[in-house]
Design a protein around this ligand. Structure first.
Ligand code: SF4
Length: 100
């Protein structure tokens, strides 16, 4: 006998996830990405490689995941090109559009 809840879950998994228009989410140029990431890394180094506390990290990442600039399939920000999980874990990091 099949569990009704499992059947509902299976049906939900069959539904395609809503997608953002991918053509609008492009990374900056490679040179700009290097410049942006290097700047963040330099600040991270100059502040003693401080790590964000767990709550801050989770809050930041939740904002990223819901952000219109987040490229979900690669986990990166289309504004700066940085990997959001890495950047959110650095205490000194700042969102390029001021969301965190
Ligand atoms: S860093 Fe800022 S702009 Fe980039 S995805 Fe996260 S919240 Fe959005």
């Amino acid at each position: 006998m099949e569990c009704i809840q499992n059947k509902k879950n299976d049906q939900a998994e069959d539904q395609p996830a809503p997608e953002r228009p991918k053509e609008e989410l492009k990374l900056p140029s490679a040179a700009q990405q290097v410049k942006n990431f290097a700047g963040s890394l330099l600040n991270h180094a100059l502040t003693g490689f401080g790590k964000a506390d767990e709550q801050t990290f989770n809050d930041r990442l939740n904002v990223c995941v819901d952000c219109e600039f987040y490229i979900a399939d690669i986990g990166r920000c289309s504004q700066c090109g940085c990997p959001c999980a890495t950047k959110a874990s650095w205490k000194s990091s700042k969102c390029p559009v001021g969301k965190w």
